[in-house]
Design a protein around this ligand. Sequence first.
Ligand SMILES: NC(=O)c1ccc[n+]([C@@H]2O[C@H](COP(=O)([O-])OP(=O)(O)OC[C@H]3O[C@@H](n4cnc5c(N)ncnc54)[C@H](OP(=O)(O)O)[C@@H]3O)[C@@H](O)[C@H]2O)c1
Length: 429
Amino acid sequence: MKNNLQIGILGFGTVGSGVLRILKHHEPKLNQVTGVSLKVKKVLVRDMEKNRGSIAEGIELTLDADEIVSDPEIDIVVEVMGSVDDAKKYIKKALVSGKHVVTANKDLIALHGNELVALAKENHCDLYYEASVAGGVPILRTIVDSLASDEIQKVFGIVNGTTNFILSKMTNEGKSYDDALKEAQELGFAESNPTNDVDGIDAARKMVILTRLAYGMNVEVNQIETKGIRNLQQKDIEMARKLGYKIKLIGSAIQIENKISVDVGPILVPNNHPLASVQDENNAVFVVGAAVGETMYYGPGAGELPTATSVVSDVITVAKNIRLGTSGNVFSSYQHETRLAEDTEVFNKYYIAIEMQDKTGQFLALTKLFSQFDIGFDQIIQQPLPSDMSKVVIVTHKINKDQQKKLLTVLKGANEMNLLVCFKVMEGK
Ligand SMILES: NC(=O)c1ccc[n+]([C@@H]2O[C@H](COP(=O)([O-])OP(=O)(O)OC[C@H]3O[C@@H](n4cnc5c(N)ncnc54)[C@H](OP(=O)(O)O)[C@@H]3O)[C@@H](O)[C@H]2O)c1
């Protein structure tokens, strides 16, 4: 039995540095927990000249991924370089060469996870990716191990720190979307091209992974109805506040009978719901089980050391499996036929804002329009606007997605009415 395991790391950026730091600073504990000594043999970078600080001392760097993925002495490959194509190519090569793989790459796992899991199985290798969802929050292992005995009914929450940071600044400091985004970029919470975050794509990819592990179902990113926060305005936040809500970008995967409904979008969360108080770049995921009831997991969704903590925990699992001779187990073997709920089966309350002419009979016309689809009002506010216009904000009773879509189609084509926004409303605690 080996007393030393050699690790090759692909990437020496934020997470790669954190992985090296944790392996170094927690070495005695890691040795005890795994029963082996974990040594970093080589790290892949793009730029050999970059100053990487004292943590790089004594670490051998390479520009050639083959020196890691094809090195017979390396047992575990840690992929923390990002991207999809190169990372996929290197991980495939590592698995085929019989190496166990740990990755933090949500894009890769969401888009090609099944193919990589199959390859890992075929080669009797481990493939773990705890850090790919909610960074430092150990949500995947909680779902596949700690809650394995339960039937999961709902998984929903804040899985994107960038958008939560922007929304927190808009809500707490009254900033505009553009100013809040700029601040997020200056502090390193948002990339210079923020599309994946602000358009909900990153959150949708994380929901693909959560859905796979919670329900054993495979939903493609393009099957997830995804809305971002790019067009959100301060007046939406203000109106939500008046009604007793905060706006959060929520990913949700809900079981309906033996089907699921998965979506991502800005949602009105009641002030008394725990998700309403999740601030800044933090993440929080609610998991509701038939037996356990409601559980919530909260913490830093990104950052060097939080993310590296999850990565190194995966490395520990791999090391233990090697030592016990139990390698080749995938993260979760739970599989279930993928069945998406029909629009008529998915019920929610909605917040709908409309601009219309402030004249006699207009309100009656609006009421008739809603009643045409059997949609009742829970809350309603009318605000006068300049030039004979008024803004009407309605929170509907619970209606199904089919009713909502039909209503929106008619509202979009209605004369003298202008649909401003439509958001889902989360039910209170
Ligand atoms: N940052 C977080 O908080 C966080 C949280 C959860 C998950 N993740 C995931 O973790 C992964 C890494 O994120 P990060 O923030 O650490 O990224 P990063 O800071 O940009 O670091 C990427 C590293 O990979 C190297 N690299 C990239 N492409 C390469 C290539 N083609 N060949 C060789 N080296 C290459 C870069 O080399 P150079 O240094 O030479 O440029 C750099 O060291 C991503 O998949 C990300 O989604 C990150």
